[in-house]
Design a protein around this ligand. Structure first.
Ligand code: ZN
Length: 143
């Protein structure tokens, strides 16, 4: 009676997709993705996902714009780590300091988050850690 297994498969596929969507943050992720495509090389206007590994962006700088620095092409990313009250300029230095890399990502218990501005990164720490109330209590590391 048509349906049997095929239907079960369809249902389980549906469930798996729902799980996947949930894992990816649900429907809101769609909007985020459009926004994510927001890193643009200031020199040649090539667009990159803002989730792009900083090393890939660095390769773009070195491959396409010899003699230019990362900051000539892209706005830096600031990584705020509430547990150590530290803001890192650039993912590379944050990964190094946290003993991780782009593949592993930030340690989950560090609460690390990325921001487009230093101010937003500072605010994230002040909002996350109750005893930090001013920027002087936050360590800023550039390289
Ligand atoms: Zn470029």
């Amino acid at each position: 009676m048509g349906g049997g297994n095929a239907q079960k498969t369809a249902i389980s596929r549906e469930r798996n997709q729902a799980k996947l969507r949930a894992a990816q943050g649900g429907a809101s992720q769609l909007g985020n993705n459009a926004k994510a495509m927001s890193i643009k090389c200031k020199i040649c206007k090539q667009a990159f996902m803002c989730t792009q590994n900083e090393q890939d962006l660095m390769n773009h700088v070195e491959g396409k714009h010899k003699g230019k620095t990362y900051e000539d092409c892209f706005d830096p990313i600031y990584v705020a780590v509430p547990t150590t009250a530290t803001v890192y300029k650039g993912r590379k230095v944050a990964y190094e300091q946290l003993g991780t890399d782009a593949k592993k990502g930030y340690p989950k218990d560090s609460g690390a988050a990325e921001f487009e501005t230093k101010e937003a990164a500072y605010e994230h720490i002040m909002a996350s850690v109750s005893y930090i109330t001013d920027a002087d209590s936050i360590t800023y590391i550039e390289s």
